[in-house]
Design a protein around this ligand. Structure first.
Ligand SMILES: Nc1ncnc2c1ncn2[C@@H]1O[C@H](COP(=O)(O)OP(=O)(O)OP(=O)(O)O)[C@@H](O)[C@H]1O
Ligand SMILES: Cc1ncc(CO)c(N)n1
Length: 306
């Protein structure tokens, strides 16, 4: 048997039956990035383009069995972690990262959708901050998620110092910390790299800020006025994981992923009656153009005309 060299990417996430986000969106993205996609399901949602109606988690033992079954047979080159709705699932996933020494772990901390039922409650968030983020290569919150994470970290520090926990639970006013400051605060607290995504920013841009090894990088992007942006975060984290699996550096993987997701948003597919899925096919096209360009550049000059 010949072992395939194709980069392998495992998504540990929830199911989105409408196909734009969750494991369905991840698998489409990983395929479009020319990688081999695998999925272990943490739970199921009942959702569509209008919102999330219900969330149900798989039993602990079954999550453990899925992960053991797939990883002991096919070691992933990168892992994307999405929806986690049970605190115990965080520890199971972290145990697996340790047990199999998993590399290139991208955690997208999906906490609440724009509309509908929450994915993760406070205890899940606390476990992610304490155990999962420190075990991750990169954590990719959007702005409201970063605000919730910062609030939880500051509350924990207040409690540890014996000070009263701030009166307002939930999200900080957006004006209190910039995305760069939030990336640095979370990164320093959890000893991991953090990309705060700008899809929800109030300005006219879609700029993402990354804290990595003590330095800030800015990934600028123009905001596209698209009707369909369901699954942007899932696609970005899966695309970063795929590009790390292909051997790119973290900064290059984020840069490529952002360009691919921008193309997928610009695809402006009209699916469903609400906020429809991005166009994963556009990622495939971008990826092919990029590969063709690399192939041409790698040819000897005299062969390039052919
Ligand atoms: N309208 C837009 N135009 C251009 N880029 C966008 C737009 N919306 C989001 N992005 C980009 O898409 C990526 C995902 O960011 P976003 O903040 O939307 O994540 P998210 O809220 O986690 O996504 P999801 O909708 O899957 O929950 C980021 O790189 C962000 O800059
Ligand atoms: C299952 C699932 N994961 C993540 C998201 C975030 O887009 C979603 N809508 N559904």
């Amino acid at each position: 048997m010949v072992s395939s060299k194709i980069p392998k990417v495992l998504s540990i996430a929830g199911s989105d039956p409408s196909g734009g986000a969750g494991i369905q969106g991840d698998i489409k993205t990983i395929f479009a990035e020319s990688c081999y996609g695998m999925a272990a399901i943490t739970g199921m949602t009942a959702q569509n383009t209008l919102g999330v109606k219900a969330v149900i988690a798989v039993p602990d033992d079954f999550l453990r069995m899925q992960l053991d079954a797939v990883i002991c047979d096919i070691i992933p080159d990168a892992v994307k972690i999405g929806m986690i709705s049970e605190p115990s699932h965080v520890k199971i996933i972290v145990d697996m990262i340790d047990k199999y020494k998993l590399r290139n772990v991208i955690t997208d901390p999906v906490i609440a959708p724009t509309s509908g039922v929450r994915f993760a409650h406070d205890e899940v968030l606390v476990n992610m901050i304490d155990y999962l983020f420190p075990a991750s290569t990169l954590v990719t919150p959007n702005i409201p998620e970063a605000q919730t994470i910062v609030r939880a970290i500051l509350d924990k520090r207040s409690r540890a110092a014996g000070e009263p926990v701030s009166a307002h639970k939930g999200e900080l006013p957006a004006s209190e910390l910039t995305p760069s400051e939030m990336a640095e605060l979370i990164g320093c607290h959890c000893d991991c790299s953090v990309l705060v995504k700008g899809g929800h920013s109030a300005d006219g841009e879609a700029t993402d800020c990354m804290w990595h090894k003590g330095e800030l990088s800015i990934f600028r992007g123009r905001r596209i006025a698209a009707m369909s942006s369901h699954g942007t975060g899932c696609a970005l984290s899966s695309s970063i994981a795929s590009n790390l699996a292909k051997g790119e550096s973290l900064a290059a993987a984020v840069q490529i992923a952002k360009a691919h997701v921008t193309a997928a948003i610009a695809g402006n597919m009209s699916i469903g009656s609400g906020n429809g899925s991005i166009d994963h096919e556009a990622i495939l096209q971008q990826q092919r153009i990029q590969q063709d360009t690399i192939n041409i550049l790698e040819r000897k000059p005299e062969e390039r005309q052919k």
